[in-house]
Design a protein around this ligand. Structure first.
Ligand code: DX5
Ligand code: ZN
Length: 218
């Protein structure tokens, strides 16, 4: 089963509640919330207040992608706001285990993300302790970028690691995912597709765009 995670970064924030409702009707499996601090990535986006605002209006799980230098500072506020999953970048944590334990200890899910420049192998020691591994398929910081050509090979490598070490760990891809690149991701082993522009920028509207992505098969 492929899961679809619409990234609200590409949504019109003046209609956020209605747009989340539309992707829910289109079969979205979770909502992807991109948090940027202007340090780890050269852009600023949203904080816990957005998660808190979405929490009462949707039953979909809210996953928070923390593109920040110091994720441990924000764990508590995002969990309190109602996040179901926190995804932390491997590049900014010298020892991910305490953070993983803290998040799981509070009954939520945890993911580790890697940038395009980070070897997939670094996740080897942590796959057994996480719920989700996120392979960035663009450099993080902005929506609407093109899927990087080296991504399929990286996805496949990560799939092999997951199969060997913890098949229950989800393999998510994020960046430049659309109707052309999604089948490539799935064919190489992705089971969660994040999509921002392809959903909220689609002329067909977010409901239909989510439905179409959900029908993707390798
Ligand atoms: C990039 C973010 C992505 C982004 C995806 O820094 O992590 O989640 O919003 O947007 P699209 O689908 O437009 O590439
Ligand atoms: Zn993201």
């Amino acid at each position: 089963m492929i899961s679809i995670a619409p990234s609200i970064l590409a949504a019109d924030f003046s209609k956020l509640g209605e747009l989340v409702h539309q992707v829910d009707l289109g079969g979205a499996n979770r909502i992807h919330v991109d948090v940027m601090d202007g340090h780890f990535v050269p852009n600023l986006s949203m904080g816990p207040v957005v998660v808190k605002g979405l929490r009462p209006i949707t039953k979909l799980p809210l996953e928070v992608h923390l593109m920040v230098d110091n994720p441990s500072r924000f764990v508590d506020s995002f969990l309190q706001a109602g996040a179901d999953t926190l995804i932390v970048h491997f590049e900014v944590v010298s020892d991910p285990l305490p953070l993983i334990q803290e998040i799981r200890g509070r009954g939520r899910k945890v993911g580790l993300a890697i940038n395009p420049g980070t070897s997939v192998d670094v996740l080897k020691d942590y796959i057994t302790d996480i719920d989700l591994a996120l392979c960035m398929t663009v450099w993080p910081g902005f929506g609407g970028q093109s899927f990087l050509p080296e991504s399929p090979e990286r996805i496949q490598k990560l799939r092999e690691l997951i199969e060997k070490l913890n098949p229950r760990c989800e393999l998510e891809v994020d960046g430049g995912v659309d109707l052309q690149t999604a089948p490539v991701c799935v064919r190489h082993g992705a089971d969660v597709l994040v999509a921002g522009t392809a959903i909220f920028g689609s002329p067909k509207g977010p409901k239909l765009a989510t439905e179409q992505l959900g029908r993707i098969r390798a």
